[in-house]
Design a protein around this ligand. Structure first.
Ligand code: SF4
Length: 180
């Protein structure tokens, strides 16, 4: 059940492209040490962006952060294989960062959004040239980069997610707004 004061934000996210948005308790968000291992070994993006490990909070730090909140919103986005897939991601994530700002202005001063996948704002992250982030006000880390087990978190909250075999399959992605 969504608390009345969070209903409009869930509805806004759905209007802006989410398949669903649901209020959840932070204790249902799972953090685990193995998530960092998967970033460090097997992901070509490791160390190549400010929104990826090792520049992001460790699973232990993220647990502490999550435990300092009472409410979150989990967003589900379905992205089928299509020519403008990247554009769809960028627009949706941009909307969520805007939503974080709107919530802040509405009084939710702790609002903070975690996205999905690597930061997509710049074609090449400024980190690779040893420069500061180009969009410090807009860049947000993704859930998995902060050590969150996205699969278990989605399943704990009744959402669908599975590993994919082929690029043509539909992606089920999740983003998280820390609220209070
Ligand atoms: S906004 Fe650009 S420079 Fe900043 S983390 Fe994202 S890709 Fe890197």
């Amino acid at each position: 059940m969504v608390d009345a004061d969070l209903e409009k934000y869930c509805a806004q996210a759905v209007a802006r492209g989410a398949r669903d948005a649901k209020e959840i308790h932070p204790s249902s968000v799972v953090t685990a040490p193995w998530v960092r291992l998967k970033c460090q070994f097997g992901c070509v993006g490791y160390g190549k962006g400010y929104c990826c490990p090792p520049d992001t909070p460790t699973p232990e730090q993220t647990r502490t952060i999550l435990d300092s909140y009472h409410r979150c919103i989990l967003f589900h986005i379905e992205v089928p294989h299509m020519p403008k897939k990247e554009k769809r991601y960028r627009e949706f994530f941009d909307n969520l960062v805007d939503l974080e700002g709107e919530m802040f202005k509405d009084g939710f001063y702790k609002a903070f959004v975690m996205l999905a996948g690597p930061c997509r704002i710049c074609k090449k992250c400024a980190k690779l040239e040893g420069k500061p982030c180009n969009f410090l006000d807009r860049a947000r880390p993704c859930m998995e980069a902060c050590g969150i087990d996205v699969y278990q978190t989605a399943r704990n909250n009744g959402f669908f997610i599975k590993t994919l075999r082929r690029r043509e399959e539909t992606n089920n992605e999740y983003c998280l707004m820390l609220v209070d």
